[in-house]
Design a protein around this ligand. Structure first.
Ligand code: BTN
Length: 246
Protein backbone atom coordinates (compact mmCIF):
# COMPACT_ATOMS: atom_id res chain seq x y z
CA UNK A 1 0.00 0.00 0.00
CA UNK A 2 1.29 3.45 -0.82
CA UNK A 3 1.46 6.49 1.44
CA UNK A 4 0.85 10.14 0.79
CA UNK A 5 3.99 12.09 1.67
CA UNK A 6 3.93 15.86 1.84
CA UNK A 7 7.72 16.25 1.27
CA UNK A 8 7.59 14.05 -1.81
CA UNK A 9 4.75 16.12 -3.25
CA UNK A 10 6.33 19.51 -2.52
CA UNK A 11 9.90 18.45 -3.46
CA UNK A 12 8.74 17.33 -6.88
CA UNK A 13 6.63 20.40 -7.58
CA UNK A 14 8.00 23.44 -9.40
CA UNK A 15 5.27 25.68 -7.88
CA UNK A 16 5.41 26.53 -4.18
CA UNK A 17 1.97 26.40 -2.58
CA UNK A 18 0.68 25.24 0.82
CA UNK A 19 -0.08 21.50 0.84
CA UNK A 20 -2.45 19.80 3.32
CA UNK A 21 -2.34 16.02 3.67
CA UNK A 22 -5.32 14.45 5.40
CA UNK A 23 -6.06 10.88 6.31
CA UNK A 24 -9.81 11.12 6.10
CA UNK A 25 -12.23 13.91 5.18
CA UNK A 26 -15.81 14.23 3.94
CA UNK A 27 -14.71 15.98 0.73
CA UNK A 28 -11.42 17.67 -0.19
CA UNK A 29 -13.42 20.17 -2.28
CA UNK A 30 -15.44 21.17 0.78
CA UNK A 31 -12.24 21.51 2.84
CA UNK A 32 -10.36 23.51 0.16
CA UNK A 33 -13.25 25.95 -0.30
CA UNK A 34 -12.90 27.06 3.30
CA UNK A 35 -9.18 27.87 3.13
CA UNK A 36 -8.00 31.50 2.98
CA UNK A 37 -5.18 31.24 0.44
CA UNK A 38 -4.84 32.20 -3.20
CA UNK A 39 -3.40 28.76 -3.96
CA UNK A 40 -3.42 25.58 -1.86
CA UNK A 41 -3.53 21.85 -2.38
CA UNK A 42 -5.52 19.41 -0.25
CA UNK A 43 -4.98 15.66 -0.62
CA UNK A 44 -6.69 12.93 1.37
CA UNK A 45 -6.19 9.17 1.66
CA UNK A 46 -9.95 8.67 1.52
CA UNK A 47 -13.21 10.59 1.54
CA UNK A 48 -16.43 9.75 3.33
CA UNK A 49 -18.65 12.00 1.17
CA UNK A 50 -16.74 12.36 -2.09
CA UNK A 51 -18.73 14.56 -4.45
CA UNK A 52 -19.18 13.97 -8.15
CA UNK A 53 -20.82 15.89 -10.98
CA UNK A 54 -24.59 16.19 -11.29
CA UNK A 55 -25.06 15.75 -7.54
CA UNK A 56 -23.64 12.22 -7.62
CA UNK A 57 -21.15 10.80 -5.13
CA UNK A 58 -17.60 9.74 -5.92
CA UNK A 59 -16.44 6.37 -4.59
CA UNK A 60 -13.41 7.30 -2.47
CA UNK A 61 -11.80 4.39 -0.61
CA UNK A 62 -8.15 4.14 0.45
CA UNK A 63 -6.03 3.46 -2.64
CA UNK A 64 -7.34 6.34 -4.71
CA UNK A 65 -6.05 9.88 -5.03
CA UNK A 66 -8.49 12.56 -3.86
CA UNK A 67 -7.23 16.09 -4.19
CA UNK A 68 -8.45 19.65 -4.58
CA UNK A 69 -6.53 22.62 -5.81
CA UNK A 70 -7.71 26.01 -4.58
CA UNK A 71 -6.58 28.48 -7.22
CA UNK A 72 -6.93 32.15 -7.97
CA UNK A 73 -7.94 32.17 -11.63
CA UNK A 74 -7.05 35.22 -13.73
CA UNK A 75 -10.24 36.79 -15.18
CA UNK A 76 -12.20 34.01 -13.50
CA UNK A 77 -15.53 34.82 -15.12
CA UNK A 78 -14.28 34.59 -18.73
CA UNK A 79 -12.07 31.61 -17.93
CA UNK A 80 -14.63 29.37 -16.21
CA UNK A 81 -15.09 27.13 -19.28
CA UNK A 82 -11.35 26.42 -19.32
CA UNK A 83 -10.91 25.38 -15.71
CA UNK A 84 -12.47 21.97 -16.22
CA UNK A 85 -10.78 21.29 -19.55
CA UNK A 86 -7.40 22.39 -18.18
CA UNK A 87 -7.72 19.88 -15.32
CA UNK A 88 -8.50 17.08 -17.78
CA UNK A 89 -5.39 18.00 -19.80
CA UNK A 90 -3.23 18.17 -16.65
CA UNK A 91 -4.32 14.70 -15.47
CA UNK A 92 -4.07 13.11 -18.91
CA UNK A 93 -0.59 14.52 -19.60
CA UNK A 94 0.77 13.37 -16.25
CA UNK A 95 -0.58 9.81 -16.55
CA UNK A 96 0.69 9.56 -20.11
CA UNK A 97 4.15 10.89 -19.40
CA UNK A 98 4.73 8.91 -16.17
CA UNK A 99 3.18 5.57 -17.12
CA UNK A 100 2.56 5.75 -20.87
CA UNK A 101 -0.94 4.33 -20.36
CA UNK A 102 -3.50 4.46 -23.12
CA UNK A 103 -5.75 7.12 -21.56
CA UNK A 104 -8.12 9.53 -23.27
CA UNK A 105 -10.31 12.46 -22.29
CA UNK A 106 -14.04 11.90 -22.34
CA UNK A 107 -15.82 15.24 -22.73
CA UNK A 108 -16.04 17.04 -20.63
CA UNK A 109 -13.78 16.03 -17.80
CA UNK A 110 -13.42 12.29 -17.32
CA UNK A 111 -10.26 10.34 -18.00
CA UNK A 112 -10.78 6.90 -19.50
CA UNK A 113 -8.49 3.89 -19.66
CA UNK A 114 -9.46 1.06 -22.03
CA UNK A 115 -13.10 2.10 -22.10
CA UNK A 116 -13.52 2.65 -18.35
CA UNK A 117 -13.30 5.74 -16.13
CA UNK A 118 -10.12 6.13 -14.06
CA UNK A 119 -10.51 9.75 -13.08
CA UNK A 120 -13.25 12.33 -12.54
CA UNK A 121 -13.00 16.07 -12.05
CA UNK A 122 -15.37 18.42 -10.23
CA UNK A 123 -14.75 22.17 -10.42
CA UNK A 124 -16.57 24.55 -8.15
CA UNK A 125 -16.15 28.20 -7.35
CA UNK A 126 -14.94 29.20 -3.90
CA UNK A 127 -15.62 32.92 -4.44
CA UNK A 128 -15.62 35.34 -7.37
CA UNK A 129 -11.84 34.99 -7.90
CA UNK A 130 -11.02 31.47 -6.72
CA UNK A 131 -11.89 28.05 -8.08
CA UNK A 132 -11.66 24.67 -6.40
CA UNK A 133 -10.60 21.98 -8.82
CA UNK A 134 -11.30 18.54 -7.39
CA UNK A 135 -9.64 15.53 -8.95
CA UNK A 136 -10.34 11.92 -8.06
CA UNK A 137 -8.16 9.15 -9.51
CA UNK A 138 -8.60 5.41 -9.10
CA UNK A 139 -4.88 4.92 -8.58
CA UNK A 140 -4.78 1.55 -6.87
CA UNK A 141 -8.43 0.72 -6.25
CA UNK A 142 -9.14 -2.76 -7.49
CA UNK A 143 -12.31 -3.56 -5.59
CA UNK A 144 -15.26 -1.58 -6.91
CA UNK A 145 -18.85 -2.04 -5.78
CA UNK A 146 -20.99 -4.06 -8.23
CA UNK A 147 -22.74 -1.03 -9.67
CA UNK A 148 -19.36 0.53 -10.66
CA UNK A 149 -17.47 -2.57 -11.83
CA UNK A 150 -18.67 -2.23 -15.42
CA UNK A 151 -17.71 1.45 -15.69
CA UNK A 152 -14.69 2.06 -13.45
CA UNK A 153 -11.05 1.07 -13.79
CA UNK A 154 -7.93 1.56 -11.73
CA UNK A 155 -4.53 2.64 -13.02
CA UNK A 156 -2.83 -0.09 -10.96
CA UNK A 157 -3.61 -3.10 -8.81
CA UNK A 158 -3.91 -2.37 -5.09
CA UNK A 159 -0.43 -3.74 -4.31
CA UNK A 160 1.35 -1.38 -6.70
CA UNK A 161 4.90 -0.13 -6.16
CA UNK A 162 4.06 3.03 -8.07
CA UNK A 163 4.25 6.23 -6.10
CA UNK A 164 1.15 8.48 -6.20
CA UNK A 165 3.04 11.46 -4.76
CA UNK A 166 4.93 11.93 -8.03
CA UNK A 167 1.71 11.80 -10.02
CA UNK A 168 0.10 14.37 -7.71
CA UNK A 169 3.06 16.80 -8.11
CA UNK A 170 3.05 16.47 -11.85
CA UNK A 171 -0.69 17.03 -12.21
CA UNK A 172 -0.61 20.15 -10.02
CA UNK A 173 2.40 21.56 -11.90
CA UNK A 174 0.66 20.93 -15.24
CA UNK A 175 -2.53 22.50 -13.97
CA UNK A 176 -0.92 25.61 -12.51
CA UNK A 177 1.15 26.08 -15.68
CA UNK A 178 -2.07 26.21 -17.67
CA UNK A 179 -4.11 28.31 -15.23
CA UNK A 180 -1.38 30.90 -14.72
CA UNK A 181 -1.10 31.24 -18.50
CA UNK A 182 -4.80 31.94 -19.12
CA UNK A 183 -6.21 33.46 -21.33
CA UNK A 184 -3.76 31.45 -23.46
CA UNK A 185 -5.91 28.48 -24.42
CA UNK A 186 -3.48 26.62 -26.67
CA UNK A 187 -3.81 23.62 -24.32
CA UNK A 188 -7.22 23.05 -25.98
CA UNK A 189 -5.35 21.53 -28.96
CA UNK A 190 -4.02 18.80 -26.64
CA UNK A 191 -7.53 18.37 -25.22
CA UNK A 192 -8.95 17.76 -28.69
CA UNK A 193 -6.09 15.53 -29.85
CA UNK A 194 -6.70 13.22 -26.89
CA UNK A 195 -10.48 13.18 -26.98
CA UNK A 196 -12.22 9.82 -26.65
CA UNK A 197 -15.36 10.88 -28.47
CA UNK A 198 -14.30 13.27 -31.22
CA UNK A 199 -15.33 11.97 -34.67
CA UNK A 200 -17.32 9.15 -33.07
CA UNK A 201 -21.03 8.34 -32.83
CA UNK A 202 -22.33 9.19 -29.35
CA UNK A 203 -25.49 8.94 -27.27
CA UNK A 204 -26.37 12.12 -25.40
CA UNK A 205 -28.74 12.39 -22.47
CA UNK A 206 -30.05 15.85 -21.73
CA UNK A 207 -33.19 16.81 -19.82
CA UNK A 208 -34.15 13.11 -19.51
CA UNK A 209 -34.07 12.64 -23.29
CA UNK A 210 -31.49 10.52 -25.10
CA UNK A 211 -30.54 11.20 -28.69
CA UNK A 212 -27.66 10.17 -30.94
CA UNK A 213 -25.26 12.10 -33.10
CA UNK A 214 -21.67 12.41 -34.23
CA UNK A 215 -19.23 14.45 -32.13
CA UNK A 216 -17.66 16.61 -34.84
CA UNK A 217 -15.80 19.30 -32.91
CA UNK A 218 -14.95 20.86 -29.56
CA UNK A 219 -15.03 24.63 -29.95
CA UNK A 220 -12.60 27.18 -28.52
CA UNK A 221 -14.76 27.45 -25.36
CA UNK A 222 -14.84 23.68 -24.77
CA UNK A 223 -18.40 23.21 -26.07
CA UNK A 224 -19.07 19.93 -27.87
CA UNK A 225 -20.46 20.23 -31.37
CA UNK A 226 -22.65 17.29 -32.34
CA UNK A 227 -24.22 16.57 -35.71
CA UNK A 228 -27.67 15.05 -35.12
CA UNK A 229 -30.52 14.12 -37.47
CA UNK A 230 -32.19 17.32 -36.18
CA UNK A 231 -29.18 19.47 -37.06
CA UNK A 232 -26.01 20.71 -35.36
CA UNK A 233 -26.18 20.95 -31.55
CA UNK A 234 -23.75 22.82 -29.34
CA UNK A 235 -23.48 21.27 -25.89
CA UNK A 236 -22.01 23.02 -22.88
CA UNK A 237 -21.26 20.96 -19.78
CA UNK A 238 -24.45 21.42 -17.66
CA UNK A 239 -26.69 18.45 -17.08
CA UNK A 240 -25.47 16.28 -19.90
CA UNK A 241 -24.21 12.73 -19.95
CA UNK A 242 -22.61 11.27 -22.99
CA UNK A 243 -21.49 7.80 -24.01
CA UNK A 244 -20.02 6.16 -27.04
CA UNK A 245 -22.54 4.39 -29.29
CA UNK A 246 -21.55 0.76 -29.78
C1 BTN B 1 -17.16 13.02 -11.27
O1 BTN B 1 -16.61 12.09 -11.85
O2 BTN B 1 -18.41 13.15 -11.28
C2 BTN B 1 -16.31 14.02 -10.55
C3 BTN B 1 -15.63 13.38 -9.40
C4 BTN B 1 -14.70 14.32 -8.65
C5 BTN B 1 -14.13 13.65 -7.42
C6 BTN B 1 -13.10 14.48 -6.73
S1 BTN B 1 -12.25 13.57 -5.50
C7 BTN B 1 -11.53 15.01 -4.88
C8 BTN B 1 -12.59 16.08 -4.92
N1 BTN B 1 -13.41 16.07 -3.72
C9 BTN B 1 -14.67 15.74 -3.97
O3 BTN B 1 -15.56 15.63 -3.11
N2 BTN B 1 -14.82 15.49 -5.28
C10 BTN B 1 -13.61 15.72 -6.02
Amino acid sequence: MFYLKKEQITNNMAHFIPVFILDDIDSTNRFAKELSFDYALVVSNKQTLGRGRLGRGFYSPQGGIYMSLLAKVPFMYQNIPFITTSAAVAVHKAIKSLYNKNVSIKWINDIYLDGKKVSGILCESADSEHAVIGIGINFAVSDFPNELKEFAASLFESDTDNNPNILISQIIDNLLDIILNLPDTSFMDYYKENSLILNKEVLITKDNTTFCGKAVDIDSQGALIVETPQGIQKLTSGDITIRLKN
